[in-house]
Design a protein around this ligand. Structure first.
Ligand code: RNT
Ligand code: ZN
Length: 415
């Protein structure tokens, strides 16, 4: 135990916080690590460009091009971020061995066996996402398409993914969150807003209709406000998403890049928790729009973490990260985002939330603001370093030298 930590521990004890316990709690929060930061959301099943209104920018060298490279990168990232993880995969990351390629509507558990082995060896659960983009049949609408052949293709894809999610849950012993997000929408003002949404509803009902074990698979639906090329209308809007998940008993997923720029997910969490047993999040950073920048330790990130922790419902909240930056070292980007969100959780756990809530309910607003502001300069950094030490990961900025090494002997060879 270092000196700094001993001082910090005492200081937090004075406000009723047991830092040793917080460190243990923080280690046990599973953070779902999005595999797509490693390869710019390209996946392994199609050669074409990323589509669906999401974009990566930058061409920093070292992108993972194969399953083996991506797995090696994930290992590197995990080694630099302490705590529990889940692996978050997209269907487009299927691993086809011996030329055994299958289209998205014909994907089977065996196409993810390598990932299952990988996760099991590391004691991780797996979360999963059907991929309704970057595919020849995803040039326009997918689950909301008026073209029955296209719509039913994507329904079959969703159903296939439910089976794969079940396979992950059964074989890891950890429930699988299966998140549906579709890029459907229109660039310009539609004549008919209702019909695509009606078809999306029908498609979702057909996907869920194949039946699955709800204790093993948590189907979530992610809403969105707009995307590039879909500026005027998004089929899966916030109201659609909320209405659908609450009426069907599935789980809402909120991505904090998917709302109008002055709306905050930190303010939405408490409402959703009142109406839904579970809640899923994609934590990201939107810069003016849904740009999926690397998570920084900024005010909204801290506020989201505070809402998660202060709600007392952290076990009901499935936390996944969702950002992709191709303009800087991808491993460093990955690690920074993950460590930043964990730091945000740490700060929230080191806050006397119940006591602050009491000040609020007793109308003691001056005192509340004073306490909130003073807490900002409490020595949480020393607790973070102790956390890193306990997890066996490098503290502060020392981890970056590892990334540099890895870049030298691994990433730089990927040309
Ligand atoms: C897109 C959504 C979605 C994707 C990933 C790759 O706007 O946020 O979650 O980022 O599924
Ligand atoms: Zn997302």
């Amino acid at each position: 135990m270092n000196k700094e930590y001993i001082i910090a521990k005492e200081k937090y004890a004075k406000i009723g916080i047991d830092t040793d316990r917080v460190i243990e709690e923080l280690r046990n929060v599973p953070i779902s690590m999005h595999c797509w930061q490693g390869d710019d959301v390209k996946g392994f099943d199609f050669k074409g460009e990323l589509s669906g209104g999401i974009q990566t920018t930058g061409n920093y060298p070292g992108r993972a091009r194969t399953p083996d490279e991506l797995m090696a990168d994930i290992d590197k990232v995990i080694s630099l971020d302490g705590g529990k993880h889940k692996l978050n995969l997209h269907a487009c990351y299927a691993v086809f061995e011996n030329g055994d390629w299958a289209d998205r509507d014909a994907l089977l558990p065996k196409h993810f066996q390598k990932w299952l082995e990988f996760a099991k060896e590391r004691g991780m659960g797996i979360d999963f996402n059907p991929t309704f983009f970057s595919h020849p049949k995803a040039n326009g609408l997918t689950l909301s398409s008026p073209d029955e052949e296209i719509r039913s293709f994507w329904v079959r894809h969703g159903q296939a993914c439910i089976r794969i999610a079940e396979y992950f849950a059964e074989n890891t012993g950890i429930p699988c969150v299966m998140n549906v997000w579709i890029p459907d929408g229109y660039k310009d003002i539609p004549a008919d807003r209702l019909s695509p949404r009606k078809r999306f509803m029908q498609s979702m009902d057909e996907i869920l209709g194949i039946g699955y074990d709800k204790s093993k698979v948590l189907v979530t639906l992610e809403s969105k406000v707009f995307g590039i090329g879909l500026e005027s209308y998004t089929v899966g809007s916030a109201e659609f998403g909320m209405g659908y998940v609450l009426s069907r008993g599935i789980v809402p997923l909120m991505d904090n890049g998917h709302y109008h720029p002055t709306e905050t997910v930190s303010d939405k969490i408490s409402s959703m928790l009142l109406f839904s047993e579970k809640l899923a999040l994609h934590v990201t950073r939107a810069v003016r729009w849904d740009s999926d920048h690397v998570i920084r330790l900024d005010d909204e990130t801290k506020e989201i973490a505070k809402e998660i922790v202060a709600s007392g419902r952290i076990d009901d909240i499935c936390i996944a990260l969702d950002y992709f930056d191709a303009s800087i070292n991808r491993i460093a980007a990955w690690v920074m985002g993950m460590r930043n969100f964990r730091k945000a959780l740490l700060i929230a756990m080191l806050t006397p939330n119940a006591e602050l809530a009491r000040l609020q309910s007793e109308d003691r607003y001056t005192e509340l603001m004073v306490r909130q502001e003073e807490l900002k300069s409490y020595p949480w950094g020393a607790v973070w370093n102790e956390y890193c030490e306990k997890c066996g990961v490098k503290p502060a900025d020392e981890w970056f030298s590892d990334v540099r090494e890895y870049e030298k002997y691994e990433l730089s060879k990927r040309v």
